[in-house]
Design a protein around this ligand. Structure first.
Ligand code: DX5
Ligand code: ZN
Length: 218
């Protein structure tokens, strides 16, 4: 069963915004986002550092905060991120030592639980937890940096999950633009994590419209 147009959401990645004027940027981008996608990197699970708890705490917005934790020992940070204001918390299957327990920790903390897998991680790694999660995140680039090129080989994983779980939220993250988003949606993705295509555009409104129009074929 293919997702319907009204099911598609844009989770706007804030990785490359100007954090010197955080809340002004959130206000500026709020009309272009169903959710804000907050990329948390530890310089260990991924070869880059980004923002953490104090920044999430400082965010003043009504847009739901979709926190993507690219960190080792995610269990230690679930409750703090929930308290900081996360609406959903996505952890990496490669980084969690007790995936089922960590999913439950996220849900007990009052957040939607997401599990992410890197491009080289097979879907078999998460098959057992699919009935437990609120969302799966399929990385379409190697995590760590914005502005990379979308890898279409991950689409088979999206289609595999979609064929078995018609209603599950499937997020795709990395290299999303008006050309790659339709491929992801056709395979079954419902949440588009889009960063540089919108935030680094000369005209973010035009980029946003192009992106939403590109997936309006459903
Ligand atoms: C990459 C992050 C992504 C990234 C997306 O590690 O998880 O969310 O910011 O950025 P773009 O859309 O530029 O690929
Ligand atoms: Zn992300």
């Amino acid at each position: 069963m293919k997702p319907k147009k009204q099911d598609i959401k844009i989770s706007l990645s804030l990785l490359e915004i100007d954090y010197g004027e955080l809340n002004a940027q959130l206000e500026r981008f709020a009309p272009l986002a169903d959710w804000f996608h907050v990329d948390v990197m530890d310089g260990n699970f991924v070869p880059n550092l980004s923002v953490g708890l104090p920044v999430v705490r400082a965010m003043k917005t009504k847009v739901p905060l979709d926190c993507h934790l690219m960190i080792n020992h995610p269990d230690q940070y679930i409750e703090p991120f929930a308290k900081a204001g996360a609406t959903s918390i996505t952890i990496h299957a490669e980084a969690s030592t007790h995936l089922k327990r960590d999913i439950q920790l996220i849900q007990k903390a009052g957040c939607k639980a997401g599990v992410a897998i890197n491009p080289e991680t097979p879907v078999s790694k998460i098959a057992a937890i699919l009935p437990l999660v609120d969302m799966i995140l399929i990385m379409s680039v190697h995590p760590g940096f914005g502005g990379q090129t979308f890898s279409p080989t991950v689409l088979d994983k999206v289609a595999w999950i979609r064929s078995r779980y018609p209603k599950l939220s499937i997020q795709i993250d990395g290299g999303i633009n008006d050309k790659t988003a339709p491929l992801a949606v056709q395979a079954g993705a419902t949440i588009l994590a889009a960063g540089s295509y919108i935030t680094q555009s000369d005209n973010p409104e035009v980029a946003f419209r192009k992106l939403t129009k590109a997936v309006a074929f459903l």
